[in-house]
Design a protein around this ligand. Structure first.
Ligand SMILES: [Zn+2]
Length: 236
């Protein structure tokens, strides 16, 4: 692996070059806007840079798209003053350095206080996420029990899982799985996911019959589903 530099107007773009036994060059824009180039073994740095230059127009357009996307969905930060959400409400994160209370989380009226041994965003993130998981393990099963009894459904186990792509799932042996990240979302949306999975106990598909079942329990489910489709990714 080798790093080159591609200068475009006032911008310095870093190029990571991976050489391997391949015949052609390929280029990809990384999330930070830098470039990743895969090149054949024999090609010199100069030749690679010349090739990159010939692709300048494409690179700049693609790069703008990637960077725009990054700005629309910036990575979460875990330090005092950042906004964090819990059950759809926004709180201010406060990090307090403490030996004795390290690992604890306090929920105040407008603040979530995370106690940490050191001022490290990784540690704060871990402590806060651990707390979210605990809250999800309390909140979600409560809502499942509520709707299951209303619908007259029997289920086996409820698992709160760490999954990046799915909000919930339901297995053929009647186990229900939920993503702990749901706990950051509004209660109405969590209820929608709960009802959605419970309805899969009746219909293991997304047929019209399935959506009819969902509608029986939540007549406004379409609004909730739309909200989840549009906003869900912010909570991942
Ligand atoms: Zn489904």
């Amino acid at each position: 692996m080798k790093k080159l530099v591609f200068q475009y107007e006032t911008e310095t773009i870093e190029v990571t070059v991976i050489r391997s036994k391949r015949k052609t060059l390929s280029i990809a824009i990384q999330p930070d806007g830098n470039l990743l180039v895969k090149a054949p073994l024999g090609l010199s740095d100069g030749e690679i840079l010349k090739w990159i230059k010939s692709k300048t127009g494409w690179i700049i357009r693609q790069r703008e798209k990637v960077l725009e996307q990054q700005n629309a969905n910036p990575p979460k930060r875990y330090r005092t003053g950042e906004k964090v959400s819990y059950l759809g409400c926004e709180y201010e994160l406060e990090v307090r350095i403490s030996e004795g209370r390290a690992g604890m989380v306090g929920l105040l009226e407008d603040k979530i206080v995370v106690f940490s041994k050191e001022d490290s965003e990784d540690i704060v993130e871990n402590v806060l996420n651990g707390w979210y998981v605990e809250q999800a393990k309390i909140w979600i099963p409560k809502r499942v029990r509520f709707f299951a009894s209303q619908m007259g459904e029997q289920y086996k186990n409820i698992m709160i899982k760490n999954q990046k792509k799915r909000w919930g799932s339901c297995s053929s042996d009647r186990n229900l799985n939920f993503n702990w990240r749901l706990i950051r979302m509004p209660k109405d949306i969590i209820d929608y996911v709960v009802v959605h999975e419970l309805c899969h106990l009746k219909q293991m598909n997304h047929s019209k019959a399935f959506w009819d079942e969902v509608e029986k329990v939540l007549p406004d489910y379409k609004i909730r589903k739309k909200w989840l489709d549009e906003n869900g990714k912010i909570f991942i």
